[in-house]
Design a protein around this ligand. Structure first.
Ligand code: ADP
Ligand code: MG
Length: 346
């Protein structure tokens, strides 16, 4: 630090790179942001292409609403979003994104190309940035209605961050986990994932129960589905549905646990505690339960604006949510509970 240095505004590029430090950790975090944007744009089908674990190339192509040509440069600007306008929107935000930071951050640390076409437009338009000056050129391009974002050479201009990337396999595992989670959150959307030219996941949109179960099997493995109990309970406007793995399908790691609140993947202490309690007397010490669960509550009863990565939520009535979760799962597991524990209070 220079003593007595004068105060200066950061350049847009540096400001974006600093913001990127918080939200863009690795290829998996880029994919998360791009997929959330596609889902926010009402895409029905998303194709993801990855090379070298995502470090060399990440391409997400959707058939969503697209971006009007005149908005394309803005899409890459910081604090620019089409998703909220005022504080009241923020209070009941339903979109996955709303901070208007992701594309600006990603484009400051990669070579990014954004191509998009709306249904009203007669052609597609494209902007490119090279992580340099945050000024983008706009030019016509060929693309069906929807949006493609191509991210090349992640962290090419921030070697310190690049150094923290792990092996291609590790990075791809993280990335694939993000795709899995979102594929479970949105049964109604088709997902295709390719890595180094090979198909890894091919999920058609699932509109009925059989289709949803098929997707859970494809994402979590057929063994999970065979050894899971379906759950669907509603009480005073709160609904919990999904699949809970039988104790026989427990794991040595907590790696098959998916919990969604209003379609948003959530890792939450309160939720974890309720689940752990429900499984307490049916699981051996050190074993972890498996589950794919969806909680649906009034959006006004939950605050999602807690952290930029948005894995946490805050429930207005956390006690009620905890007890409802615990009670529902405890009852679902009643038949596999040893006789002398069956009368445990719910
Ligand atoms: P946020 O998602 O928080 O609004 P982003 O930086 O992720 O911020 O995206 C900025 C804006 O670019 C979005 O608000 C949206 O209008 C537009 N956008 C980004 N990706 C897409 C996409 N795949 N389809 C349509 N619009 C998109
Ligand atoms: Mg976004």
């Amino acid at each position: 630090m220079t003593a007595g240095a004068r105060i200066q505004l950061l350049s847009p590029r540096l400001a974006n790179q600093i913001a990127a430090g918080e939200v863009v950790e690795r290829p998996a975090s880029v994919i998360k942001e791009l997929l959330e944007n596609s889902l926010d744009s009402s895409a029905r089908r998303i194709d993801i292409e990855v090379e070298q674990g995502g470090v060399k190339l990440l391409r997400v192509r959707d058939d969503g609403n697209g971006i009007p040509a005149e908005d394309l440069p803005l899409a890459l600007a910081r604090h620019a979003t089409s998703k909220i306008r005022d504080l009241s929107d923020l209070e009941q935000v339903l979109s996955l994104g709303f901070r208007g930071e992701a594309l600006a951050s990603i484009s400051s640390v990669s070579r990014l190309t954004l191509t998009s076409r709306t249904v009203e437009a007669s052609e597609a338009w494209q902007v490119e940035t090279e992580g340099r000056d945050m000024h983008s050129r706009i030019q016509p391009a060929a693309h069906p209605v929807g949006t493609s974002v191509e991210v090349r050479d992640l962290f090419f201009n921030t070697p310190a961050r690049r150094k923290f990337l792990r092996t291609e396999k590790t990075e791809f595992d993280h990335l694939q986990e993000v795709v899995r989670r979102l594929a479970l959150a949105r049964f109604d959307v088709g997902f295709n994932l390719r890595h180094n030219g090979k198909s890894v996941l091919a999920l058609r949109e699932a509109t009925d129960e059989a289709g949803r179960a098929r997707r859970v099997g494809a994402v979590c493995g057929p063994a999970f589905l065979e050894q899971a109990l379906p759950v669907d309970v509603e009480r005073s406007g709160v609904r919990l549905w999904g699949w809970v793995g039988l104790p026989t399908f427990s794991r040595s790691q907590a790696d098959l646990q998916y919990f969604f609140v209003n379609g948003r993947a959530v890792r939450d202490k309160l939720v974890a505690h309720a689940v752990r309690q429900a499984y307490r007397d049916v699981l051996f010490n050190g074993r972890h339960p498996t589950f794919v669960l969806f909680l649906e509550v009034d959006p006004a009863a939950v605050d999602v604006n807690v952290h930029p990565t948005k894995h946490e939520v805050r429930f207005r009535d956390s006690r009620m949510v905890h007890d409802f979760l615990y009670g529902t799962l405890h009852r679902a597991l009643a038949d596999v509970r040893p006789e002398d524990h069956r009368l445990a209070p719910v």
